[in-house]
Design a protein around this ligand. Sequence first.
Ligand code: NIG
Ligand code: FE
Length: 398
Amino acid sequence: MSGEGGAVRGGGAAATVVTGIGELVTNDPARGDLLGAVGDAAVVVQDGRVAWVGPAADAPSADARVDVGGRAVVPGFVDSHTHAVFAGDRAAEFVARMAGERYDGGGIAATVAATRAADDDALRAGLRRLVAEMRAQGTTTVEVKSGYGLTVDGEARLLRLAREVTTETTFLGAHVVPPAYARDRGAYVDLVAGPMLAACAPLARWVDVFCEPAAPTAFDADEARHVLRAGIAAGLAARVHGNQLGPGPGVRLAVEVGAASVDHCTYLDDDDVDALGAGDTVATLLPLVELSTRSPYPDARRLLDAGVTVALATDCNPGTSFSTSMPLAIALAVREMRMTPGEALRAATAGGARALRRDDVGVVVVGARADLAVLDAPSHVHLAYRPGVPLVRALDLG
Ligand code: NIG
Ligand code: FE
């Protein structure tokens, strides 16, 4: 997206000063408060990176100038958890849930069947449409998982497609046990940790598992540990789906293997919170899932008070969260999860970056990627205060 106010994009090294920023959220701890906010600020962007940050009065001159007219500027959102490569939808399942049915992961098989039947062009078109939706709502970094192929070739295909839009690709062969393996789960776990991993590891940065003994087709702690350890041995870093449908071993397993993140965290006991507080695994909360499954929301306050790093993400997928909206996730976190607007924004930016072990996104500091989101609002608070309103006016200025 290009800048506004008549800024001219220069050649490789041309610099643009973005000025007239009413509130700049930097997430820079050196600036003191939670969001590292600067009032009446400017940012200089050069070669797609932040070259200078500070009060507008001190801004250096540059080749071009963009005045954002007193609006707030925040780091682009980091959506650290999506399943955005799939075919079909599950609207009927959603309707049934709104009428009282429970989510147990059983619908994943329908998306696997639709995805296997779709050709690459159809999957690519669906993925690109979702990524365009994300960008329009301020997301500048996205993670994308496989998990709807569940064969060696099917999982590798989804990761190849995901790599067309992001470097943050996640091998999720251990999403569910396909029906053909229902009587021999061990054979499927061996397939995932063996030939499927061998084909997928070169295409992925991360390995993930759906560790949820309460779900009939998901994986117990031993199965999940086996897959995660194999993934780590193959050079991938770990993340875990855990504690979504009930209390369980997912959180502690994630901490045990040094996972970057454990995602969902809907049902936590004191030991889970203590384990997260003592380790450096991020708790990634997915409130759009609770919205779309009628589950109780996780208690972010309890985690924050225990010193846990919290991230917010969409979990965009056709089953539990067919939404790409980080602003809506922020609004729900504030309304339902006892987060302040500042904490929720931080979790959707710097928290997501931490969940992906990235220090070049989610912040506006010198050297970071210039992923700036200009809001049609005077402050970040409006992200939660004006739910459902498209407030992102521009991205990637300069
Ligand atoms: O993160 N829980 C497991 N996986 C997804 C849902 C996938 C689906 O239902 O298609 C999740 O919620
Ligand atoms: Fe998920």
